[in-house]
Design a protein around this ligand. Sequence first.
Ligand code: ADP
Ligand code: ASP
Ligand code: MG
Length: 405
Amino acid sequence: MALIVQKFGGTSVGDAERIGAVADHVARTREAGNEVVVVVSAMGKFTDDLIRLADDVSPTRPPRELDMLLTAGERISMALVSMALGARGVESASFTGSQAGIITDTDHTRAKILEMRPDRIREALDDGLVPVVAGFQGVSTEKDITTLGRGGSDVTAVALAAALHADVCEIYTDVTGVFSADPRVVAKARRLAKVSFDEMMEMAATGGRVLMLRSVEFARRHAVPLHVRSSFTWEPGTWIVEEDPTMEEAVVTAITDDKSEAKVTVGGVPDKPGVAAKLFRELADQGINVDMIVQNTGANGLTDISFTVAKTDLAAAGDACNHVKDVIGALEVTTDDNIGRVSIIGAGMKSNPGVTALMFETLSANGINIEMISTSSIRISCVLRAEKVGDAVRALHTAFGLDAA
Ligand code: ADP
Ligand code: ASP
Ligand code: MG
């Protein structure tokens, strides 16, 4: 008998019919002799709707109250899925994140899990029930309700799978697995049978939103096998696994795109030690995550520093830079939210020269200007104008031989 954690995303539980299909699948998995723990997201785009409502009543969206509001979405789906299971003769009970023992820090809207105490889930399983757990939420060490960041139901599922020593964590979604590019951007994208944890982390970090980055990190750390698959066709999907050292690695496995970031440039900065330190200390103290950073070659003792941040942090980042502008002696701060990023990812690029050249040649042949570049040992990212992103991804997908036949 295997223990399987099955997580269903928003589209998978989008309406009563979808909830019925999910309950049928859980019932089938039980009939096959497995124990099942279900994790659910809010129905459809309900989380976005709740955020809009919050915006309508409050310019500041107090984080504690926002978390209380957003967790309502997952409460609705967990109760409905549990009822649908009952209607099929499968005994079940729903649990909030707090009841499931998910203990987090106090960082509202992006809380981190500190501890898992899934005693009630274990007891429910021992009593022969299917526990249905609300994804994306926990309870803080101060006993407040928290959320784990957008897409956080993936983290809930992996954390439960790790704590319960599940045999597999299945992530059911609206595509049939992890593809060589977002299938909504590249019609010729191919489904990958296997992706290494290293590659999946780079994909998740650069726009491949099919899995939340933190869930992949968590799964690797706790050796949880992940299987991404469709809740529409139920066919086998993509396994996220440790790299197999006996296999030859693909040079480029996937191309990702991301329009969720914006660029900040601090211009006319004195080119001397300590300036970057002061600037990035201020950003860190404001809790702003900085992604790509580029410092231009200095001229006349002055230089420019550009970096990217999440669009949602752009206003705060601009304020922080303006705050230190005079302290560091910078001339101006400009922001640009019309950028996008394309990245090529592949574990084999470490040992293959020419990958960077082909990426730049492909972009240039399509008349696309590169504004910033960053690399890791298995990834190259370029920042471009946002409107060029789709063309760039499609051209790179073809150039690196990834198009489906
Ligand atoms: P869920 O609500 O099930 O969590 P998400 O919207 O978070 O679903 O993630 C699934 C979506 O991820 C797909 O609809 C797809 O458009 C997008 N996506 C982006 N990159 C990829 C990729 N490389 N492979 C598969 N899906 C991807
Ligand atoms: N409902 C939450 C969101 O939309 C969490 C999730 O779907 O994973 O971000
Ligand atoms: Mg998701």
